[in-house]
Structure formats: structure tokens, C-alpha cells
Design a protein around this ligand. Sequence first.
Ligand code: FES
Ligand code: FES
Length: 158
Amino acid sequence: MRVMFQLNGNPVEVDVEPRMHLADCLRDALRQTGTHLGCEHGVCGACTVIVDGAAVRSCLMLAVQAEGSTVVTVEGLSTEEALTPLQAAFRKHHALQCGFCTPGMLTTAHALLTDEPDADADRIRSVLSGNLCRCTGYIPIVEAVLEARATYRKTDKP
Ligand code: FES
Ligand code: FES
């Protein structure tokens, strides 16, 4: 089946099997390999992308369901080579080690702060509770998201 959607600001058109989930479509058909696959059961959050402004698990969504949608992957969080303030905060706070969970953490946090730039630590912990990290621990991740909030309060959101 042919599916068309906006990916990181550009229109894409791709032929997929009806059973192909969005994560495989992004990674295999569209070569956006920043989206990671861990559990493929909706548990780990590594595959999180932003669809029409909402953080979703791309392993639980069929590619054909993206028809007409706007999809943002970790590659699309910035159009510049420089790190986004959220990414820079992750680096500053050592909020990643192996990095496997990081794309999902970043997309989840970006969607949260875009909607709720004043989210407090409890809210951030609650939203990120669906993203598993096996190496870093969650304290530096929450600290990084807390620090990045200020940049989302400006008119020009990252
Ligand atoms: S790979 Fe999608 S939630 Fe784990
Ligand atoms: S940094 Fe390794 S799983 Fe999170």
C-alpha cells in the first residue's frame, strides 16, 4: 500500500505492507535509523516519535495509519547541525550512556515541553516513566529536561 505523510518537514511517499509498523517503515524504508526498536511491544519507549504533535510508540502504530500525518523523528528535532537546547542539556547532565533509549527520551521530552513548558519534576518523571533506560538512571535525564524548559517558554520553540 502507498502511504504519504510529512516526515521531518518533508513530504514522503512510500510503499509498505499493510502489516508494517511505523518504526520499520521509518528505519527500513525511509532510513531514519535514529528511531530505535527495543521491545516492539509498547513497553520500552525507544521507538517514540511525534505524530501530529503527540508522542507515540511507532512500534504500535501501523505505517498506513500515518497517512496524512506529520511525523517527527529524533532526526527532525533540529534542522541545524548544532545540538538543540534539549540535546545540549542531555550532554551537560550526562543523561545518556549507550544512547539506545535517547531518541525516545528526546522525542518524548520534546513533545511534553512543547505542550507543557512549565512541567515540574513530578510531571516529567510521570511522562518519562514509559521510557526505559538501562544504563544512565533517571535523575540526570530529569535534570536535563528540567533545564531545557526555559528554551520552550520562548516564542521560537526549538
Ligand atoms: S520498541 Fe516500541 S515501545 Fe519498545
Ligand atoms: S543510555 Fe543506555 S539505555 Fe539509556
